[in-house]
Design a protein around this ligand. Sequence first.
Ligand code: F6P
Length: 546
Amino acid sequence: MGLPTTNPTTTKSWTELQRHFEIIQAEEMKVWFRENPKRAKELSIEIEDVYLDYSKNRITKETMSILYSLAEEVGLKTAIEAQFKGVQINKTEERSVLHTALRGGEELEVNGIPIHKEITDSLSKIKAFSSKIHSGKWKGYTGKPIDTVVNIGIGGSDLGPKMVVDALLYYKSSIKSHFISNVDGDHVHHILQQLDPETTLFIVVSKSFTTQETLANAETARAWFLEGAAEKDIAKHFVAVSTNMKAIKTFGIATENTFPLWDWVGGRFSLWSSVGLSIACVLGYDHFEQLLEGAFSMDEHFRKASFEDNIPVTLALISVWYNNFFNSETEAIIPYNQALNSLVPYLQQAIMESNGKHIDREGNSVAYQTGTIVWGSTGTNAQHAFFQLLHQGTKFIPADFIGFKQSFYNDKSHDFKLMSNFFAQTEALLVGKTKEEVRESLLQQNIPTTKLESLVAYKSFEGNRPTNTLLFSKLTPKVLGKLIAMYEHKLFVQGVIWNIFSYDQMGVELGKELSSSVLQEIQSSSVNSEHDASTKTLLDTYLQAQ
Ligand code: F6P
């Protein structure tokens, strides 16, 4: 048993949505707000410290009701339980998908092995290790305590821990952190030159321990370390997180300095596992634990709430509505919190590596759109960068606005300015500014009538541009756990509806394969004549400069 395999376009609800779309596509949200004073209340969900207002969307209650029926028709309830119970829903890789089990829940077995004890053992190991780093009990090869942790990994072995550490730096200990991911040598050398080998700990994170970038960076870091230290000192300065024990040993990292990972945790969902070791080392184990608790409470909500009261389900369905009926290509994510600067790159991997697929769960090419492109950056910076296009461009771009009721430092002067922008932007996108309103304000500025008319069209705003507002209490570890889990569940729901496999990533393989043969050509200075003319010329040009 795996996931249901319904082609969404064959459902009754899909036909209903098409009919419904024809009727409401040109309607204006601001009119709906005028007609129904209860709209904001009716189209919002509040759970503990999360408030989702989805009323500024091109939806009515009828839209939502058909979307919820679509979720029923494609078997979403069964799919959710299948995931949480450890059914092998990652069918192409024959794996369960159990990052949720890392955060709590019932005892489960994978391939006949109970996993609860393995999880708690690994958490205990993370706790013990990170505590030794904090207390200074873990000493470097010259007897000095560790003051800097460097995470070497890429993709899911970098983006998650980096995003969490960036987001929660306010709660950090005295341990400094760096993240090395890109195989770009300039990056690793730039960081190494800032480090003291006597007080630096490298955490090499790679689920497979075969990833070119990570191995190259780890080798470079080891060579740099050995400039002053001996082989035997490596054990005090290098630890690893992986499923591939053999490769770790070959690299020279001691088995006792290895943190486990399992194939039922996908790379882009792995920050909850030992991959989060750098989080525990930099922020403290308690904060890591609170992050897990927050995610678990979102899991419980996702699993137990009715679809109508379910935040991830509702967000996913609205996104499907835009993607498949309004033909929107992208979604923007705008957190009004500078600490969430790394959230979008993290979500790009989670969402786009998961749902960027065109073969359905029965092996057929899909005849409808799947994975959305997500992009964005923090407000208010984003306002001064790309908001022009959101407000007046030709593209239809739904956006999630993420804000917090309390800041870290509680400087009300800044907080009020930040949040007034947060609220004003979604209102502006909703209501726009009519030509009459523009004319009126230009008249008040005493602009001459001849000039005035030529400006009216440029200064008016259509509005009717959709947004979700997510208002959280405060960016605590627990709240961040909820926020991340919310998006994880959202993307899962979308994958279920689109009838694709969200948990493999075969699309990253071809580029990797080609790059390894190109690397051999570059190393041997002999370019294969079978390349296309463009690639061959580029390679020749590059080689001439070496
Ligand atoms: O880019 C593909 C990918 O496999 C990601 O899914 C993964 O997060 C990343 O590479 C790193 O993989 P690993 O942890 O095995 O080094």
